[in-house]
Design a binder for this molecule. Structure first.
Ligand code: CAA
Ligand code: NAD
Length: 284
């Protein structure tokens, strides 16, 4: 396959909207699909605001902004993605839901298209096995927020072809990202290390070691992290953090990956972090 000319993004939440933005500012035609029309409206306005922040700093021109917004189309009909050269999935972090999407996409998109997942931890090999094109399935893991963070972690599944890998890597580099490669094991590289650290911060809070503010300040000023671990958990989404811990626990089989009961309880209470206005902290 040659250069990517058209991209489909599935899931218009914080990650999908950022990935669609990267495609659009690079002049690539992009269809952004979500089952929730409200999410698409929110995605459009956050993309426009985010591009404007780059324009205000002189890092992008008004012309690039206008062209990017022309490249971007939103749809609640998955079939509109039929002509995409690559579809990048960024829906909820639940294996069965992702598998069923991959089965549908496999029927809808052209035979040559690549199916990529932005999953934080779920097996790409199992998603690939749900399709009739396992050689063209790959993990393309962006970091939050995608327009700012410099990394894309590429995950090769058991049968991912060299061509699929090189086209996906070239696309990430066209977006200005540095690529690292990971084997397809639970949590890949970044989340295998980051999310247990976040889980440990919940344990510290749960055991009364310190207040949430002191835990975050300790890690920000003590280790030069831009956000403390609890603040970062709210930023990522507590539901996403919990799903990743469950995948690490099931996939790596060690009790050290068991999710902290406090993290579980906050998710049970619907306190999912910034996106809900409340998580560890209250943003209302
Ligand atoms: N679009 C455009 N610009 C943005 C932006 C966005 N979405 N978000 C932030 N910015 C810009 C701001 O305009 C600002 O620019 P200037 O400094 O030039 O003025 C700059 O980024 C900093 O933003 P803020 O001042 O608003 O806030 P901040 O200093 O706290 O930075 C942050 C925000 C970049 C998110 C920073 O806090 C940070 O790096 N946090 C850690 C993020 C992180 O670790 N992400 C990875 C999470 S793990 C993951 O993604 C994997 C997974 O699977 C869970
Ligand atoms: P989010 O909750 O912000 O957005 C998910 C979106 O997917 C929602 O708008 C929802 O309506 C939509 N959706 C759910 N099921 C769908 C379906 N079947 N078809 C179409 N749309 C559907 O989630 P997010 O934080 O953007 O995470 C999305 C994916 O990216 C997850 O796999 C997550 O693990 C991964 N990820 C998240 C982060 C992060 O920091 N939040 C970082 C990297 C990767």
């Amino acid at each position: 396959m040659g250069e990517i000319k058209s991209i489909g993004v599935v899931g218009g939440g914080q990650m999908g909207s950022g990935i669609a933005q990267l495609a659009a500012v690079n002049g690539i035609q992009v269809w952004l699909h979500d089952t929730d029309a409200g999410a698409l409206n929110k995605a459009l306005s956050s993309i426009s605001d985010s591009i404007q922040r780059f324009v205000s700093k002189g890092q992008l021109s008004q012309e690039v902004k206008a062209e990017a917004l022309r490249c971007l189309r939103c749809t609640s009909n998955l079939e509109d993605l039929a002509a995409a050269d690559i579809v990048i999935e960024a829906i909820v972090e639940t294996e069965d839901v992702k598998k069923s999407l991959f089965v549908n996409l496999d029927k809808i998109v052209k035979k040559s298209a690549i199916l990529a997942s932005n999953t934080s931890s779920i097996s790409i090999t199992r998603l690939a096995a749900a399709t009739d094109r396992p050689q063209q399935v790959i993990g393309m893991h962006f970091m939050n927020p995608p327009p700012i963070m410099k990394l894309v972690e590429i995950v090769r599944a058991a049968d991912t072809s060299e061509d699929t890998f090189s086209v996906t890597k070239a696309l990430a580099e066209r977006f200005g990202k540095t690529v690292i490669c990971s084997q397809d094991y639970s949590g890949f590289v970044v989340n295998r290390i980051l999310i247990p650290m976040i889980n440990e911060a919940f344990h510290a809070l749960y055991s009364g070691v310190a207040t949430k503010e002191d835990i975050d300040t300790g890690m920000k000023l003590g280790t030069n992290h831009p956000m403390g671990p609890l603040e970062l958990a709210d930023f990522i989404g507590l539901d996403v953090c919990l799903s990743i811990m469950k995948v690490l626990h099931a996939g790596l089989g060690d009790t050290k990956y068991a999710p902290c009961p406090l993290l579980v309880q906050l998710v049970d209470a619907g306190r999912l972090g910034r996106k809900r206005g409340i998580g560890v902290y209250n943003y209302n």
